[in-house]
Unconditional design. Structure first.
Length: 378
């Protein structure tokens, strides 16, 4: 098998978590950078990363890496890349990407140059004056940062956060990759009681159940690379079979609740679609009033933010009510993500730790109360 270089883009704040995941999957040469993680591997690693990775956004195969300050340098760099090893004579190869801090800052112009260079290279290699592009899709992506170009082949297709279990979300869905990272940061492994009192469309409980069962998040979906002509299709079957062999079976205590019955119904449907409906309980309930489900456990939640679903003042009142309700829940470790900068003030307790995360484009803090909130009371 060949050895390739891969790049895994991540939501900001999740790079270290994704790097740890890749190391646990036994990939080689893992390097964590801002906004992405790099690793080396073969065709099997390509499939395994797509099927098993919880916190990365997609798996990009690095085709070329070169400096370019002019369109001519960009053209020549792409033209000298062995694209024919990856794109067949009838392959469709659209181009998209981004530019940052470089002499080349026009994305449409860079797209056009890369498309022209790739077309010339492939046309010459296949002896064609015109490329039909009637076959499978081979999405080219580029990143131009600080005058350095990286050209990629997208092996994933729709982002890895699209697990296949959530056809639709509620008004403010949490991305699955972020939900998985939030659960992983608690070190939850399925032994504790886990409760999400603002479950919405059920993303956090579902991702927690997948982690508890050690079920690969990509088992129920397809990936772009499954149609690549140069990739043995048997690899995907073997990777999925190996992933199923690594699953756990146990009695897990996972609860999702919400004060909107429609959200509860949606969560139940999503959990069933994810294959974990039998290990999660969902129920109606107001997070600021309902009784604690047991004496101890892990609470993880994504309550409404003032700038999204509620006015800021209403959100602050909600945080205060939640803090009062959980004031004596000393047996619970609490993990709460919000964009409210004064959350600790309204909640009534200083967090043991906090970590900057991004929910989409919204900068948030993940507040971690590891001692039940007894220390640092305000």
């Amino acid at each position: 098998m060949s050895t390739f270089e891969f790049s895994v883009p991540c939501l900001f704040g999740l790079e270290g978590i994704a790097g740890d995941e890749l190391r646990r999957l036994n990939f080689e040469n893992v390097r964590v950078e801002n906004g992405r993680v790099l690793f080396s591997g073969d065709e099997e690693a390509l499939a395994k990363a797509n099927v098993c990775l919880r916190t990365g956004e997609r798996v990009l195969l690095v085709l070329a890496d070169f400096p370019a300050k002019t369109f001519e340098e960009l053209f020549q760099g792409v033209y000298s890349t062995n694209l024919e090893d990856f794109i067949p004579r009838d392959g469709s190869f659209p181009v998209k990407g981004h530019c940052l801090g470089s002499q080349l800052m026009s994305v449409p112009d860079c797209q056009a140059i890369i498309k022209k260079a790739a077309s010339k290279r492939l046309g010459e290699k296949y002896g064609l004056n015109w490329l039909p592009e009637t076959g499978n899709k081979y999405q080219l992506q580029f990143s131009i940062m600080n005058d350095r170009v990286q050209l990629y082949l997208d092996t994933t297709g729709p982002g890895l956060h699209k697990r296949g279990y959530r056809a639709q979300g509620n008004d403010a869905p949490l991305r699955e990759t972020l939900a998985a990272a939030m659960v992983m940061l608690t070190r939850y492994r399925g032994r504790d009681f886990l409760w999400d009192p603002f479950c919405g469309s059920g993303t956090i409980p579902i991702e927690a159940a997948l982690i508890a069962k050690n079920r690969a998040p990509g088992l129920q979906r397809r990936f772009s690379a499954e149609a690549f002509s140069w990739l043995d299709p048997k690899i995907w079957g073997q990777v999925r079979s190996d992933a199923r062999d690594r699953e756990f079976s146990g009695n897990y205590r996972i609860l999702g609740s919400d004060n909107d019955p429609k959200c509860v119904s949606l969560s139940m449907a999503n959990a069933r679609k994810a294959g974990v409906g039998d290990v999660i309980e969902f129920r109606d309930g107001d997070a600021t009033k309902m009784s604690l489900p047991c004496d101890s456990g892990v609470l993880i939640c994504n309550p409404p933010y003032g700038q999204r679903m509620l006015e800021q003042k209403s959100a602050q009142q909600l945080y205060a009510a939640l803090g009062r309700h959980l004031k004596f829940a000393d047996g619970w470790r609490k993990y709460i993500i919000t964009s409210e900068p004064e959350f600790e003030h309204y909640f009534g307790a200083r967090a043991s730790k906090k970590r900057k995360l991004y929910n989409g484009m919204i900068q948030c803090n993940y507040y971690m109360y590891l001692d039940g909130g007894r220390k640092g009371k305000k």
